[in-house]
Write a protein that binds this ligand. Structure first.
Ligand code: GAP
Length: 509
């Protein structure tokens, strides 16, 4: 097993052991690519949503929220282009009968070349020691340069073939690269064909037209554009934000909660004057990158990936990629969607989707810049980045989840040192005072060391211990998760110590 697979398995096992994520319907052997969030998982998820909502809606006067229904009129999906074009190219191996996304087979081939470049770098770093300059090495080493040219060439080919819907060229590329099925080991492939990713269903008992589970939350915002603009008296530029479930019948859903068939998106559509979209596109690219970096999960773990080949609705698009254990992958997309969606809804519904701009005395269809982040992917990014094992002296190890404290499921654990002498009563009193402001956890079972370990593994930033001295002078010890340093403080100061670490303004400024 490769190192990253090992680490990733640890994350999955940790999620289950500590009540973050469970396999859906586990007692029936599970349902592939569906997951349930446990007691700690839902707290973390809610905290991510809150942080996003505060930074997008609450601190921006010109952004408001919406919660649109998952079911929408079927014409919505004709107008948006999803009925005709929301497809993935799939291919089957005739021997193993396994199905793959044709483009991801080629992407995996590219990842292998990328891994070779990493190996070259590691070897060179060993050879040159402190003198090693990675940037210089990758831009001058002949072997690395040749590998990079091959990667660029393949990326260009995939994009061209996909955007021109040239399915036979995709198959030829797979054959030319001699890509084999990982299960059967053969290259006995079927032709490539398109597969629509929307889930279909029907409303009521009578047979009526097909209904779809929404594959993105964005369309709920577009169809409500004028409702929101008029009722909230918004002036362009303004945004509408929404958090909600989306559904895609992914051909291969894997890598735990990275690619699921039911997932949650946090999207914001920003409506601007035509011609000003590129300015706002750059603004939102930078603003969203700053948001990610505000969580201090390592600036080197993020990068932009600007798209060269664009979706039918976009005139610019970029992904914010995060370095997961399986490589840099898309975490959020920023798209300049032009006026495509509003114009198309106007055409299909027959209703005007125009905005009258008083400043310039003109009506127009606004252009849209979208930010779209997957909540589950953000959850996974946080988990994989935070989980570590460290030595804490005497050969003892601890597992600790160094989650940004603002997002930790539990902010403080309240722990009476023993179950007697009035310590539990005192601890419960402190718990009562704190739990209105913070999610706290009371625990009196097990040794104090074991209780600390459990809270470390959940990512609780503070453990407050009530001991004999607490009963005499109203002090407690407060232990910091990351440094493990314990300080004795007056009980009345606990609230301000926790607030100092977990308040929004600390992150948002
Ligand atoms: N409205 C634009 C849109 O939906 P997208 O790039 O298809 O754009 C946006 O999706 C984000 O949603 C992605 O960056 C990713 O974080 C998340 N996402 C997409 N498909 C997903 C899936 N199958 N499972 C989990 N998250 C997914």
């Amino acid at each position: 097993m490769t190192n990253y697979e090992d680490l990733f398995k640890k994350v999955i096992a940790h999620c289950k052991e500590y009540g973050f994520v469970f396999q859906s319907s586990e007692i029936y052997d599970g349902l592939s690519a569906s997951y349930d969030y446990g007691p700690n998982g839902i707290e973390l998820k809610n905290n991510i949503k809150d942080y996003w909502w505060k930074s997008m809606v609450n601190i921006n006067e010109n952004i408001v929220g919406l919660d649109a229904a998952i079911f929408m009129h079927p014409n919505t999906w004709k107008a948006s282009g999803h009925v005709d074009a929301f497809n993935d190219p799939l291919i089957d191996n005739k021997d193993s009968k396994k199905r793959y996304r044709a483009d991801t087979l080629i992407e995996s081939y590219i990842s292998k070349i990328e891994a070779k470049i990493e190996k070259d770098c590691l070897k060179a770093a060993k050879r040159f020691g402190e003198e090693f300059d990675r940037n210089k090495f990758v831009s001058t080493n002949k072997r690395v340069l040749a590998r990079q040219i091959e990667i660029n060439d393949l990326n260009e080919k995939i994009q061209t073939h996909i955007s021109s819907n040239n399915l036979s060229a995709i198959k030829s590329l797979i054959e030319d690269l001699d890509i084999k099925c990982p299960v059967s080991g053969t290259s006995n492939w079927t032709d490539v064909r398109q597969f629509n990713l929307m889930f279909k269903t029907q409303i009521g008992a009578a047979k009526s037209s097909d209904l779809y589970l929404r594959p993105e939350t964005a369309q709920g915002i577009f169809v409500n554009f004028l409702n929101v603009q008029k009722t909230s008296r918004m002036k362009i530029p303004f945004g509408v934000a929404q958090v909600g479930k989306a559904f895609r019948n992914e051909i291969i859903a894997r890598q735990f909660i990275f690619r699921m068939r039911e997932f949650e998106q946090m999207e914001m559509q920003f409506f601007v004057r035509p011609g000003e979209e590129m300015k706002w596109y750059e603004y939102w690219k930078n603003t969203r990158m700053k948001w990610h970096k505000s969580l201090k999960m390592g600036n080197e773990n993020y990068r932009f990936h600007d798209h060269e080949n664009l979706a039918h609705y976009a005139n610019a698009a970029s992904d914010i990629e995060f370095k997961f254990q399986f490589g840099f992958k898309e975490l959020e997309g920023i798209h300049s969607r032009t006026e495509f969606d509003l114009k198309s809804h106007q055409k299909y519904s027959g209703k005007k989707m125009l905005y009258f701009d008083q400043e310039i005395n003109k009506s127009y269809t606004p252009y849209v810049v979208e930010t779209s982040i997957g909540l589950d992917r953000m959850f996974l990014a946080i988990l994989t980045n935070s989980l570590c094992e460290e030595e804490i002296g005497n050969g003892e190890m601890r597992t600790v989840l160094k989650i940004p404290p603002l997002l930790s499921p539990i902010k403080a654990a309240i722990l009476p040192l023993t179950k007697k002498d009035g310590m539990p009563e005192k601890a419960r009193k402190i718990m009562k005072e704190l739990q209105i402001d913070f999610n706290c956890h009371y625990e009196e079972k097990d040794s104090i060391g074991k209780r600390y370990r459990r809270q470390d593994a959940i990512g609780t930033p503070f453990c407050v211990t009530i001991d004999h001295q607490s009963l005499e002078d109203d002090t407690v010890t407060i232990r910091d998760r990351d440094t493990m340093v314990q300080k004795r403080v007056s009980a009345i100061n606990i609230r301000s110590i926790i607030t100092e670490k977990v308040n929004f303004s600390k992150y948002l400024s």
